[in-house]
Write a protein that binds this ligand. Structure first.
Ligand code: ADP
Ligand code: ZN
Ligand code: ZN
Length: 763
């Protein structure tokens, strides 16, 4: 115990606690340390960057063991109190160490110590340098002389009123001179040149005027009602589900709401799924508003991400548009949060330590900021619909397509009773022919890239396996490779069986093969493909879009990538090649995903004036959920699916958490979770046995442990233990009590484990 004033610091370590440090004299560390500022501190033999979360008058630690903060990194808090509180809430809810949560909320460059303000370096000539220059120095070194001459032209004026600061920046020098940096170093050493640093971004930039939103289409009645409802509650929290069929003009609603928010001088945060952040969407926002916008997504370099973050932090950007982690973006003066395609699973971080749902955190952030949140989708998640049913959210419906487009007709093709040609049934082929002849375009959807999922030897039965996964290698024929879609393993495509030497053959189909088949069957039309194998660079997707839009390409074959957000007004037929993966999964959410995918793909058809047709190939045409989807649309499907969930007491009728682990052997992976389960049962016996309804473990069911459906992945074995509870509070009380036991169980074992609260993949 000591009564020295300390700073409490959250450090990026797996330890679930804060660390105390002496503040140190402000003169030595760079100033007073306030909550939300980054600090550099000694930690063991390392130095770490953490975030001060508060101060205290004393510490549990004896005075002699308290170390001092080495350096304060920020002149002002990088996290304001509201954000700090939100992140503390998230650490609590997801049971994840606060230091790692705060780190996850920052771009990498800031975690490594980059400045919150952009710093601009300038090189300025010194008085001694001016005298030397007048004397005709330096005599040797033409570079040095050129540099000094350039800087002499931009000398500091003694009585200057010029707004131009003295000296030149690196960018300006790069333009004038080659390899000037060595020369600059030499001149600095002689005292003739001074290197200065100054922040370039003034915080609290003036609000730029917003462009008139006049050039959007006039909202229809339903859009108008939605816009008014949301805009009518801009001063307080409200959860709105914008349930609009594909093409109903949800984006137009977002744009109008954002416009109102901007007019109030506030900013908007727009979250989109990984795959939904297309230049098309960014373009629609840029076109509409002449305000600075920060765009944050995973394809940015660390530096670009830092620049976008600074745009938001400085308050310059009035719209922040980004994927998952943008939910933490420092939007200033927030007025609304929009989550587009809220059902999309990419909003859930399901790797690494901190597994959060950006959609759920967006709702919490909006609640705390007292602003509305809009969850938009044509196929809202069942959780979201249940929140509507219980009155937590209000639903705003856009039931019609905005631009006079007719909804598509859905029908099934029974794969058991038709001839199938390389994965495409005769009725589907006939339909493709008919639509092409009528001048339409066709979209063929298959959620599997590559040429074929299996390479087989018919002589000995050998199947090309992945060495490191419980999976087969996928054939990629155009590049003659075999690839594992789970671990990335990549080998040459053999022509002969490595076991018996006979010829091998491919079985099944991926998008590459479907493209080949269609190109052969319809040689007079251009068929293109859209999947992760063809979309490698940023422009590839646009190129495919352009070829479809211009009508040059008539058939588009693709994976999930084609389901999001693109407008193909002339597509009149959509073929879903395989609807069946969804029904026979161990994951109770698989049917929901399947229904969402079908509805989203179907939404690509008939967006123009022509009616669309959707064919769904299946071996199980009588599946009740598929039937309800066809007969009553997503609405009917979700009702049936929610009834099933309620009967099985799965979410949203219960709460789940999963502990997942992996180890070098299947036994070790399972053993850790067996022990974890024992610890959980002991905890229940110890503390939950009495009549205290608040005891941890009350009402918590343990399911498993069991090996994951694909137990071996990338050379490690995976297992899972599920926890289920009817109510959230008892689950969380239980986790609080149980996690320390789990942590101590790990010591001496070679397992990696992670807790996933509200998991969305159950395997
Ligand atoms: P969603 O996001 O719901 O799929 P979009 O916002 O992309 O739909 O709108 C689909 C198309 O309809 C777009 O081309 C859009 O410009 C157009 N649109 C939207 N609202 C209207 C409207 N009120 N009148 C005419 N066209 C509209
Ligand atoms: Zn063989
Ligand atoms: Zn593999």
């Amino acid at each position: 115990m000591s009564s020295v004033p300390v700073v409490r610091v959250a450090l990026p370590t797996p330890l679930r606690r804060l660390f105390d440090y002496r503040a140190g004299p402000p003169g030595a560390t760079g100033g007073e340390i306030e909550p939300g500022m980054r600090v550099r501190v000694p930690f063991g033999r390392q130095r770490l960057i953490g975030v001060a979360t508060g101060t205290a008058a004393g510490s549990e630690l004896p005075e002699e063991r308290l170390k001092s903060v080495l350096e304060r990194l920020d002149p002002q808090p990088i996290f304001d109190p509201a954000t700090l509180a939100l992140l503390a809430w998230a650490a609590d809810y997801y049971h994840h160490p606060i230091g790692e949560v705060l780190a996850a909320a920052l771009p990498k460059a800031l975690r490594l110590g980059a400045a919150i303000d952009a710093i601009e370096e300038r090189w300025v000539i010194s008085p001694a340098g001016l005298e030397a220059y007048a004397r005709g120095e330096p005599k040797r070194g033409p570079r040095q002389r050129q540099l000094l001459a350039a800087l002499a032209q931009h000398r500091p004026e003694v009585t200057s009123s010029s707004p131009q600061p003295p000296g030149l920046t690196a960018a300006e020098l790069d333009e004038k001179l080659e390899s000037w940096r060595d020369a600059a170093r030499a001149l600095i050493a002689r005292g003739w040149v001074i290197a200065l640093e100054r922040p370039t971004v003034a915080t609290a930039a003036p609000m730029p005027a917003i462009a008139d939103a006049g050039h959007g289409p006039e909202p229809n009645e339903e859009q108008h009602a939605a816009i008014e409802r949301i805009s009518g509650s801009l001063a307080a929290f409200g959860g709105f589900v914008l349930h609009g069929v594909t093409g109903s003009g949800k984006t137009e609603v977002y744009l109008r709401v954002v416009e109102r928010v901007l007019r109030l001088g506030r900013s908007a945060l727009v979250l989109v799924p990984e795959i939904g952040l297309t230049p098309q969407l960014v373009g629609r926002f840029r076109q509409r508003f002449a305000v600075p916008m920060a765009v944050l997504h995973s394809a940015l370099t660390d530096h670009e991400r830092l620049l976008a973050w600074r745009e938001a932090f400085s308050g310059r950007a009035r719209i922040v548009l980004g994927t998952r982690s943008a939910v933490f973006a420092p939007a200033q003066g927030l007025g609304v949060i929009i989550v587009d395609e809220e059902h999309d699973t990419s909003f859930k971080q399901h790797e690494g330590g901190f597994r959060y749902s950006a959609r759920d955190l967006a709702v919490v952030r909006a609640q705390r900021a007292d602003v509305p949140v809009v969850l938009g989708s044509a196929t809202p998640a069942l959780e979201t619909l249940q929140n509507v049913a219980t009155g937590r959210y209000s639903r705003l419906v856009l039931s019609r397509r905005a631009a006079h487009a007719v909804p598509p007709r859905l029908s099934l093709v029974d794969l058991r009773s038709t001839v199938v040609h390389a994965g495409i049934s005769t009725p589907a082929l006939q339909a493709i022919e008919r639509h092409l002849a009528a001048g339409g375009q066709v979209l063929v959807f298959l959620n599997r890239r590559g040429y074929a999922p299996t390479l087989l030897c018919t002589a000995c039965g050998w199947i090309a396996p992945c060495r490191d996964c419980d999976a087969r290698l996928t054939v990629h024929r155009s590049i003659a490779r075999l690839r594992c879609h789970h671990c990335g393993a990549d080998t040459a495509l053999p022509e002969r069986c490595p076991q018996c030497g006979f010829a091998v053959k491919t079985v099944g189909q991926g998008t590459e093969r479907i493209e080949e088949t269609l190109a052969t069957l319809f040689p007079n039309v251009t068929c293109i493909r859209l999947d992760r194998d063809v979309v490698r660079r940023r422009g590839d997707m646009e190129e495919a879009m352009r070829r479809m839009a211009s009508g040059e390409a008539r058939i588009l074959v693709g994976t999930q990538m084609v389901t999001k957000g693109h407008d193909f007004p002339n597509v009149t037929l959509v073929v879903v090649l395989n609807a069946d993966q969804g029904f026979f999964s161990t994951d109770f959410r698989a049917p929901e995903r399947l229904a969402q995918t079908i509805v989203q793909v179907a939404g690509r058809a008939g967006r123009g004036e022509k009616a669309g047709e959707v064919l769904i190939q299946t071996e199980f045409p009588d599946h009740p959920l598929l039937r309800s989807l066809l007969a009553e649309g997503y609405e009917g499907f979700s009702r049936a699916a929610l009834t099933e969930r309620s009967q099985a007491s799965w979410p949203p009728f219960s709460r789940l958490a999963a502990v997942r682990d992996s180890a070098k052997t299947a036994e070790a992976a399972l053993a850790f979770l067996v022990e974890a389960r024992k610890a959980a049962e002991e905890l229940r016996a110890e503390r939950g046995g009495g009549s205290d309804p608040r005891a941890p473990g009350r009402g918590v069911r343990l399911l498993g442990p069991a090996p994951a459906a694909m137990a071996k992945r990338a050379g490690r074995y995976h297992a899972q233990l599920l926890l289920e509870s009817a109510d959230r509070a008892s689950l969380h009380r239980f986790l609080d009590a149980w996690l320390p036991a789990l942590e101590s169980l790990q010591s001496g074992r070679r397992v990696r484990w992670a807790l996933d609260v509200d998991p969305i993949d159950i395997f």
